[in-house]
Design a binder for this molecule. Structure first.
Ligand SMILES: Cc1cc2nc3c(=O)[nH]c(=O)nc-3n(C[C@H](O)[C@H](O)[C@H](O)COP(=O)(O)OP(=O)(O)OC[C@H]3O[C@@H](n4cnc5c(N)ncnc54)[C@H](O)[C@@H]3O)c2cc1C
Length: 422
């Protein structure tokens, strides 16, 4: 006997699950159709989700049409709710090394085709735009992208959820999906652990949630809850491969990897009129409540679900010093005096070509996915939600987002490779 039953059931309520449930409910409204929609999450607040760990950057300057169209469509939408999501459309300023300069010159005609306001400048122009940069060594050029900037991920996610709830979407918290019934390629029911029962309150629930996310099931005896579903959607982010496996689909492409961010005090550098700034060292940084938020994607980081922050400290060995502070100080001498304030770790879901998966899961009839949009989940979320809703309701994606069909699993190898990535 099922406890709940939904026509459409999402597993994962981060930015992708929330945006997709919202977009689907909105489409249904406009078509005057009605489907019941449920969204399940172990950690609805998102304490450990990638959505609340990201840098807040949005841009549409990608190599592939699919990613450009989804981001551009999303940014158009973010502009309509800019105050609510604190959209600071103050641009992306990217200092390129030789390799990434070649890449951006190659991509530039496509940006123009999509009417993206991007301009390329020579190294000599840099002091005009970024007056605090006093060492130009290793820079081959600067790109300034204007349809880009920073948004508040929490407010955007809440916008999606609020408007989805208004349309009848039900969100479930502290529910961990552990089994999915699939027969003849169709998912019919989901079995989950229900962590909401009162006796878990005394058992360090947050610790349990974190260990479920990092280790998988941890052997607690929770009450089970079941959800019948007509259509099932995997929006479990970096945990997407676990959900795929429950459906009988072994996902060898999506790999989780820890990414870390720091906040530091640096009174001598005022970045308040800029959006995201990117150095040739691949450090990205921006102003955040009077401080500087910076991140670096350490490619030595092993794959796995590691949520421990390890970048802190000012000693010689510290990763913060070596990966962030020293390269920044080399580029901008005003970064000499910094105070480390805090940091955190989140999980990226990586794919071989650094583009996500959106579409029907191959070999399965009623199971879709929108996962592994790597460092792009926030900026792509609205467009990806709309594209997924189109696929579910119409079997094809609307013209403006048609290239998103390339994000299905059945794409030709390497075609969607994204070079300019962080
Ligand atoms: C350090 C860092 C910086 C980033 N910077 C940017 C940036 O500047 N711009 C940008 O666009 N993107 C950025 N990203 C990427 C972006 O954060 C992600 O692409 C995006 O948040 C993914 O959203 P999601 O909803 O797919 O996953 P998540 O937000 O992780 O949500 C997945 C949810 O699924 C739930 N879940 C998983 N398995 C189960 C299960 N079995 N049962 C129930 N619930 C389950 C989890 O609890 C989680 O809440 C960054 C990421 C990191 C880590």
């Amino acid at each position: 006997m099922s406890n709940y039953s939904f026509d459409v059931l999402f597993i994962g309520a981060g930015i992708m699950g929330s945006a997709s449930a919202y977009a689907l409910s909105k489409e249904l409204d406009s078509k005057e159709q009605n489907l019941s929609i449920g969204v399940i999450d172990l950690d609805l607040e998102g304490e450990h989700s990638s959505t609340l760990k990201n840098a807040g950057g949005v841009r549409a300057t990608w190599r592939n049409r699919a990613n450009i169209e989804l981001c551009k469509y999303s940014i158009d939408f973010y502009e309509t709710i800019s105050e609510e999501i604190q959209f600071r459309k103050s641009g992306y300023y990217w200092m390129h090394d030789e390799r990434s300069w070649e890449e951006i010159e190659r991509n530039y005609p496509l940006y123009k085709k999509y009417n993206l306001p991007v301009e390329l400048y020579s190294t000599d122009d840099i002091p005009r735009f970024l007056s605090f940069v006093n060492n130009l060594e290793g820079i081959s050029g600067l790109s300034v992208s204007k349809k880009a900037g920073l948004i508040d991920h929490y407010s955007l996610r809440e916008h999606y959820r609020r408007h989805a709830r208004e349309r009848g979407v039900k969100f479930f918290d502290r529910i961990y999906v552990k089994e999915i019934f699939v027969q003849n390629g169709e998912a019919s029911q989901v079995i989950a652990d229900d962590l909401r029962s009162s006796d878990t309150e005394s058992k360090n629930l947050d610790g349990i949630i974190q260990s479920i996310l990092t280790e998988g099931e941890v052997g607690h005896n929770f009450k089970e809850v079941t959800f019948k579903c007509g259509t099932l959607i995997n929006t479990a982010g970096a945990w997407g491969p676990r959900v795929s496996e429950m459906c009988g689909f072994k996902d060898t492409m999506v790999k989780p990897r820890r990414r870390q961010m720091v906040v530091m005090k640096c009174p001598e550098v005022d970045l308040s009129s800029y959006g995201m700034i990117i150095d040739t060292s691949d450090i990205y940084f921006h102003e955040e409540s009077g401080n500087v938020l910076a991140g670096y994607s350490n490619m030595d980081e092993p794959y796995g679900y590691n949520l421990e922050f390890s970048f802190g400290g000012m000693d010689e060995e510290s990763l913060f010093v070596n990966y962030i502070w020293l390269p920044l100080w080399k580029r901008i001498s005003k970064f000499e005096k910094v105070k480390f304030i805090r940091g955190w770790a989140g999980i990226y879901a990586e794919t071989p070509d650094r583009s996500g998966y959106l579409g029907k899961v191959p070999g399965l009839e009623n199971i879709y996915e929108s996962i592994a949009h790597t460092g792009r989940g926030l900026m792509i979320s609205y467009g990806a939600g709309v594209a997924l809703a189109d696929l579910i309701l119409e079997g094809k994606i609307r013209e403006e987002l048609r290239s998103a069909e390339d994000l299905s699993r059945e794409r030709p190898e390497g075609d969607l490779f994204e070079g300019l990535h962080l």
